[in-house]
Design a protein around this ligand. Structure first.
Ligand code: SF4
Length: 315
């Protein structure tokens, strides 16, 4: 399988690019995700010519303007350089399907990076790192996550689902755009979308059905953004169970009463927290192989990411 191109804060790969001359190597990124992701390491601070080691920098609130300055010398301001670096980097990031960053960095932090007053006191607010903020502004559809948050099983599963869905969307629709390709993609993603948010499922269905009088490129761009916003919402046992019952509906005619009873029982055990999601999905996949039609067998919901990652064993 082709590895998925992912940008990553360089220090997470063990590169000694941090202000203290060290790194923040991530075992999960290197040992597990490495089998599926092709990393493009980026250190924006080194990219603008800062050395390692270097004096630390942080975010300050300069009368409403968030700047990145050296902690012990506020005249050393790298805000504009970091913004320009992001802008110049964007064309190189066209292919990436996700970005893994590190938390608390005034350059790379995705959220909740502490902002200080000019006098050094905490300003009681937070922001994004200046570099990643520019990237996220230009690529609002791009899955971005902090490495620390990948320790949370739900956030991890959510991020990796988004990455695989985004890559699939790029390959299936953006690389050979047509209304037919979009309709086929949406048809495969119907239940995955439904599990993440029912209102978005309705909205995306209407967008595909009506086209809203849009040009093809606009239709695809609107769908892409709405899809990725939808998948960002965390699916829960109630919404998953709803989808599992919808899928079970396609098998009802063919399943023996005992098999159907067992499936309902497993879905209910998942819903009440006695089993994880992998149990009903594995059972459904088993019966779909025997009785499922093409439409249900192709649903992305049934295999949104490689089984080897074991992501549904924990949610
Ligand atoms: S700028 Fe980003 S990649 Fe470079 S050391 Fe800081 S957090 Fe790591």
């Amino acid at each position: 399988m082709k590895k998925i191109p992912i940008a990553i804060s360089s220090c997470l790969l063990g590169n000694k690019v941090r202000f203290d001359g060290g790194h923040k190597q991530s075992k999960y990124c290197l040992d597990t995700l490495n089998d599926w992701f092709e990393y493009q390491p980026i250190c924006p601070e080194m990219g603008i010519g800062m050395p390692a080691p270097r004096p630390p920098i942080r975010l300050i609130d300069d009368e409403g303007d968030i700047r990145v300055v050296q902690v012990d010398d506020q005249s050393f301001d790298v805000t504009d350089e970091l913004k320009a670096y992001a802008e110049n980097k964007l064309p190189e990031l066209d292919d990436i399907c996700g970005y893994i960053v590190i938390r608390n960095s005034p350059s790379c932090g995705m959220e909740r990076v502490k902002v200080y007053h000019k006098n050094g006191n905490p300003a009681g607010k937070s922001d994004r790192g200046v570099y990643i903020k520019e990237i996220m502004k230009s690529r609002p559809e791009l899955p971005v996550e902090e490495e620390g948050r990948l320790q949370d099983v739900k956030l991890r599963e959510n991020f990796i689902t988004r990455v695989f869905a985004y890559q699939d969307f790029k390959d299936s629709v953006k690389d050979k755009p047509s209304v037919d390709a979009l309709v086929k993609f949406h048809s495969r993603y119907k239940y995955l979308v439904m599990a993440h948010n029912y209102a978005d499922y309705k909205k995306l269905g209407q967008l595909v059905a009506n086209n809203d009088g849009l040009e093809l490129s606009e239709l695809i761009a609107n769908y892409e953004l709405a899809l990725m916003e939808c998948l960002k919402k965390i699916a829960n046992p109630k919404s998953h169970s709803n989808v599992l019952y919808h899928i079970l509906g396609y098998l009802k005619e063919d399943l023996q009463p005992e098999a159907k009873k067992e499936l309902v029982n497993v879905i209910e055990q998942y819903r009440n927290g006695s089993l994880t999601l992998i149990a009903p999905v594995t059972l459904l996949n088993h019966y779909i192989k025997q009785y499922g039609n093409d439409y249900i067998a192709q649903q992305a919901y049934l295999n949104p990411h490689p089984i080897e990652l074991g992501l549904r064993n924990y949610i």
